[in-house]
Design a protein around this ligand. Structure first.
Ligand code: AMP
Length: 210
């Protein structure tokens, strides 16, 4: 079987898209593109895009479609393989993506609202290598330091309790319609995000192998 190479990971915040995208990229060699990571880099650099995006991100709202599409377009155009994590997040983004490139598979990682809130409030990220931990079910041996690279662990600003609920509501209103969008195109495959990460990875690899 030819491996499927143009992959979208869909799902609510905290479902494990970033974790799975990194594991999948390591196993397949495919390019991993996270619009959230790209935006956080723009914010950290203080670029014009980062400056415009920051307010939306801090509130847990979506950054406007035109900014996101402009940011991602050049990175995926002409690419024969990629894992998109956190994009598309609206029907307008999905339609724009369809004009840039065809997709092979959309993996929908499902997770209930209560579990999203529980997980995001206990998520920690390494400032150096980006490794994602969870204090509840994947705790770092040292709460301050990354076990992989020794970098400092931190809590994302938008993982604070008051922002998390808005992020889920934004997902439910604007991103969840993509389940039907890709279902209608025969591209959607469902994965249970409440399962252990290693088990999810095996399921995703099976899907990606077509
Ligand atoms: P994430 O790391 O995927 O949870 O994204 C963090 C934040 O970046 C989101 O809450 C949005 O404010 C913004 N963001 C990331 N990806 C997108 C996207 N595709 N469309 C709009 N905003 C996005």
């Amino acid at each position: 079987m030819t491996p499927l190479k143009r992959i979208v990971l869909l799902g609510p915040p905290g479902a494990g898209k970033g974790t799975q995208a990194k594991l999948l990229a390591a196993r397949t060699g495919l390019l991993h593109l996270s619009t959230g990571d790209l935006l956080r880099e723009e914010v950290a650099r203080g670029s014009p895009l980062g400056t415009r995006a920051k307010g939306y991100m801090d509130r847990g709202d979506l950054v406007p479609d035109d900014l996101i599409i402009g940011m991602i377009r050049e990175r995926i155009a002409q690419k024969s393989g990629f894992i998109l994590d956190g994009f598309p997040r609206t029907v307008a983004q999905a339609e724009a993506l369809a004009r840039i490139t065809p997709l092979d598979v959309v993996v929908n990682i499902g997770l209930a609202r209560e579990e999203v809130i529980r997980r995001l409030s206990s998520r920690r990220v390494c400032r150096s290598c980006g490794r994602i931990y969870n204090l509840l079910f994947d705790p770092p041996p040292d709460a301050q330091r990354c076990a992989a690279c020794g970098g400092e662990l931190f809590q994302r600003d938008d993982d604070q309790a008051k922002v998390i609920e808005n992020r889920y509501d934004v997902y439910a209103e604007l991103t969840a319609p993509l389940v039907a969008f890709y279902g209608a195109r025969g591209l959607l495959r469902d994965v249970d995000g409440s399962r252990p990460s290693a088990e999810i990875l095996e399921r995703v690899l099976t899907l990606v192998r077509g």
